[in-house]
Design a protein around this ligand. Structure first.
Ligand SMILES: [Zn+2]
Length: 279
């Protein structure tokens, strides 16, 4: 029983953790390209990046502090938000669109010094809303959706898993569109990395056959780097292993006609504001 913390000890640990997180951040001065307001945005010091694991769809897991939480810059004066790599790249017409559709309705928000996953989700959604309003390139919207999916992956609930899947699908739609209509690199990714990622997003959203086609293309294309080909081979093997497991399960349940408990990702309904970015 001595391992159970009383509330005050719990608070002390929380404060110490927040203190540590603060030491991994610095304030970066940013000027808003829409309204000209200058503000400080918390930014992760490069010395605080500690990678612990990379997921098969390029999501990087960090130990000390999560840099994804601080990826969106938001001007609290006018509501303009974007991922930091895109923040300054607004054209004249886009500035007008933000002013008309976002700034006119914007109410300033208050954020604590340290961001968590829920704040990150809110900020990625605000950023996505801005991308939709200015009709940003599919690749940008896709990467924004992918990062939203990754944030939901950090939350261990069935609802969050559903949201992750929803945003993975949006990311897949956007990347597929960008693959054929935009020039490479896309958001820093070369053509072959995008091919692989499309395959992996197909796999994660339950479309094994499409996934295998894209992985095979990565494997058989000359000049693709060895590490990416290996990743594609690993994922191909994973699909085959899972297919075998599914076959075994199906033969076990041959007399069981109830499918009530089957989760069919394709049938999760698209709905709401973020349902149609790419068509
Ligand atoms: Zn602004």
């Amino acid at each position: 029983m001595d391992k159970i913390l009383n509330p005050s000890e719990d608070n002390v640990i929380k404060q110490e953790r927040e203190q540590a997180e603060k030491s991994f951040l610095y304030s970066k001065k940013v000027t808003c390209p829409v309204c000209g307001h200058t503000f400080n945005s918390p930014t992760v010091k490069s010395s605080a990046y500690r990678v612990t694991k990379k997921d098969s769809d390029f999501f990087i897991r960090y130990s000390l502090i999560n840099p994804y939480f601080y990826d969106v810059w938001l001007c609290n004066s006018c509501g303009y938000a974007a991922m930091k790599r895109d923040f300054d790249s607004l054209r004249g017409g886009e500035i007008d669109q933000v002013k008309t559709s976002i700034s006119s309705k914007w109410h300033a928000r208050t954020y604590p010094d340290i961001y968590d996953v829920n704040i990150a989700i809110e900020r990625y959604k605000l950023s996505l809303l801005n991308y939709v309003i200015i009709n940003a390139k599919s690749s940008k919207k896709a990467i924004n959706c992918l990062k939203l999916a990754w944030m939901y992956r950090l939350i261990d609930t069935p609802q969050a898993s559903e949201m992750e899947l929803k945003f993975l699908k949006q990311a897949l739609d956007g990347l597929s569109d960008a693959y054929y209509s935009e020039s490479f690199p896309l958001c820093g990714m070369d053509k072959y990395s995008v091919m692989y990622l499309i395959g992996e997003l197909y796999r994660r959203t339950g479309h094994s056959e499409d996934s295998l086609i894209w992985f095979s293309n990565v494997i058989t294309t000359p000049n693709v780097k060895v590490s990416l080909k290996e990743l594609a081979r690993d994922m191909k093997d994973l699909i085959k292993t899972e297919d075998k497991k599914a076959d075994l399960l199906a033969s076990d349940n041959v007399n069981n006609t109830s499918n009530e408990n089957l989760v069919i990702p394709e049938k999760i309904k698209k709905s709401g504001l973020f349902s149609k970015f790419f068509k």
